[in-house]
Ligand binder design. Structure first.
Ligand code: APR
Length: 273
């Protein structure tokens, strides 16, 4: 990973107010599947139309509920990776606003405060009829009967019935943003304000294909704010990045964001080696 040159390291080191926009690739090295990676992404195994739309929920709430509950239990078994921890430690030296498209809680479990979960959370639930919130402790992992941690389950989700709303009896759904739905109230406003205030925007592990989240790095670029992309592959956002680090986030971020005194000496390039 020779694209962590002194200029890029200095850019990260000297930034005082940064916004991190993360996507599924941020959690990939924790074992959380991405959505679009060929062969391994969730959408390679399941159809988003059948699981992540209001129509899918209306057609088969049990199937959709079971899939999200299975994903939540899988995430509970996994842990934040070195990339999550590097971002959390960065906040000790700079003002770091984390904006994520991810519905997992790995940023929080690494110690970050998340300014906005643009696409909701696997660990928040609400009534699909009256919108009343539903306590997550009644859902994730714990069986209503035994209170013991249920095993996260086999490779395929078992069908489970969504709980009933305690206010109106309607079926409870995951508070995740499905295709065609609006983002949580205020989430994009908070994210856009954070981008406007940033002197560096770090884009980690997103294909940049889903709006409006993908517009945030363009907002930064339009303001002349440096945009750094960390992703093993080119993405739709690459043309708008000032710098790219072609590596996985768990490898790149600890080195990019290492406190100055922790950094291995970077050999000068060129004739003066
Ligand atoms: N480190 C960094 N990036 C990685 C890694 C890694 N170890 N592994 C894969 N990636 C990159 C891939 O190259 C890809 O560009 O992560 C990106 C994942 O892209 P997607 O699977 O499209 O995920 P994301 O961009 O977060 O999707 C956005 O789409 O389906 C919806 O709501 C869902 O929030 C999701 C949104």
């Amino acid at each position: 990973m020779d694209d962590l040159d002194p200029e890029l390291l200095e850019l990260a080191r000297s930034a005082r107010t940064v916004t991190v926009l993360s996507g599924a690739g941020m959690s990939a090295e924790s074992g959380v599947p991405t959505f679009r990676d060929a062969g391994t992404g969730l959408w390679a195994r399941w159809s988003p139309e059948e699981l992540a739309t209001p129509e899918a929920w209306d057609a088969d709430p049990e199937l959709v509920w079971s899939w999200y509950l299975w994903r939540a239990r899988q995430v509970r078994r996994l842990r934040p990776n070195a990339g999550h921890r590097a971002i959390a430690r960065w906040a000790e030296r700079a003002r770091v606003h984390v904006v994520t498209q991810n519905v997992d809680d790995l940023h929080e479990r690494a110690g970050s405060t998340v300014l906005a979960h643009l696409h909701g959370s696997l660990f928040a639930f609400r009534c699909s009829v009256c919108d009343a919130p539903f306590p997550d402790r009644l859902v994730t992992g714990l069986s209503a009967r035994t209170g013991r941690e249920r095993s996260p389950g086999p490779e395929e989700p078992a069908r489970e019935r969504p709980p009933a709303c305690r206010a109106c009896g309607g079926p409870v759904r995951p508070a995740v943003v499905w295709f065609g739905e609006l983002l949580p109230e205020g989430a994009m406003d908070r994210a856009a304000s954070a981008v406007a205030a940033a002197d560096l925007v770090l884009v980690v592990g997103t294909s940049g294909l889903v709006q409006p989240a993908a517009s945030l790095p363009l907002l930064a670029a339009g303001r002349g704010t440096p945009v750094v992309e960390v992703n093993p592959e080119d993405t739709a956002l690459t043309p708008h990045a000032d710098r790219t680090v072609r590596a996985g986030s768990a490898e790149a971020l600890p080195r990019l964001l290492a406190p100055p005194d922790d950094r291995p000496a970077v050999r000068p390039t060129g004739a003066d080696r």
